[in-house]
Write a protein that binds this ligand. Structure first.
Ligand SMILES: [Zn+2]
Length: 307
């Protein structure tokens, strides 16, 4: 696959919006939803204001349908790592994700350079999860009140980046972007594809890129939201992270999904040392039901109810 999924520029003003899918190569719903949106814009000749681009994060992993080849492309965006890679890149010795990171960064830097209008810069990083009910937004804390974030009306996780080092959204946040991870739900599910597709339209609208009347997708987003909004928390904070290593043979017990209540003392998973017990009451978050990943699960608590 080509890294660029679509590109559209109209007028000299308006926001720069980067839609990113497949930073984890096995999460294809983001990529398909970006393709959907560009197709609709073309077919219905929907006018936009600003610059819209859709990119695949990890092309090599996406082509193979796996999360990553050598290392996780969403855990490596620390200033030191990126600077070191830029300065000491030796193509013959490069790992797959070294090349992916450098290519992606070059693409984004080029966009910023050629379209610096001083207006809103947004990066929506589309992901999907291996467990159900994985619909949420991850942001750097001070972005919670941004209209673009609010428009999605999904649970907002405000401090996950303290636990996940080197996420792309943190790196781009420091470069003036409103950047967030938009988790659409279960990998490969129609529901995730619909939520991502119609969610992108919400983003384009709230950023002032399109006018609402041009698309029916908004109704779809409302419908999807209505189907589960009452069960979801509004703003949550992380209490605990259970880190895993490959040799732990971590196995989540079946039946857990995001934002499901768990009690202190409950055994939620097993590894070579035995049962893994919850230490504090809360809600389970991102339980791991796939082989690759460093986080077994998180426990979160709601800090602000939905109005
Ligand atoms: Zn992901």
């Amino acid at each position: 696959m080509n890294r660029i999924l679509g590109k559209k520029v109209e007028g000299a003003s308006g926001p720069l919006i980067i839609l990113l899918g497949g930073v984890h190569g096995n999460e294809d719903t983001g990529v398909h939803s970006i393709i959907n949106v560009f197709r609709t814009i073309e077919e219905r000749k929907i006018p936009i204001k600003g610059k819209l681009i859709g990119l695949i994060g990890n092309v090599r992993a996406y082509d193979k349908g796996i999360r990553f080849l050598d290392y996780d492309l969403n855990r490596c965006w620390t200033e030191e790592f990126v600077e070191d890679l830029k300065a000491n890149h030796i193509p013959e010795l490069a790992k797959a994700e070294d090349i992916e990171l450098l290519d992606l960064l070059m693409e984004i830097e080029q966009l910023v350079k050629t379209y610096d209008t001083g207006q809103l810069k947004i990066l929506a990083d589309l992901h999907a999860t291996s467990s159900d009910n994985g619909n949420f937004i991850v942001i750097p804390e001070d972005e919670a009140d941004q209209p673009v974030i609010q428009s999605l009306r999904l649970p907002i996780i405000i401090d996950l980046e303290k636990y996940l080092n080197g996420t792309l959204l943190e790196y781009m946040h420091h470069r003036g972007f409103i950047s967030f991870a938009f988790e659409g739900g279960l990998i490969g599910s129609d529901r995730a594809l619909n939520l991502h597709t119609s969610g992108i339209w919400e983003i384009l609208y709230s950023a002032g890129m399109v006018e609402r009347r041009h698309d029916h997708e908004f109704a779809k987003y409302d419908q999807i939201m209505d189907s589960f909004i009452h069960k979801l928390p509004h703003k949550v904070s992380v209490l605990y992270r259970h880190k895993v290593k490959r040799k732990d043979c971590f196995k989540m017990r079946p039946g857990y999904h995001n934002f499901m209540a768990v009690k202190k003392g409950e055994a939620v998973a097993d590894d070579i040392k035995g049962e893994i017990i919850i230490k504090k009451d809360g809600m389970i978050f991102m339980p791991l039901y796939q082989e690759l990943g460093d986080d077994g699960f998180f426990v979160v608590k709601e800090i602000e109810g939905r109005l």
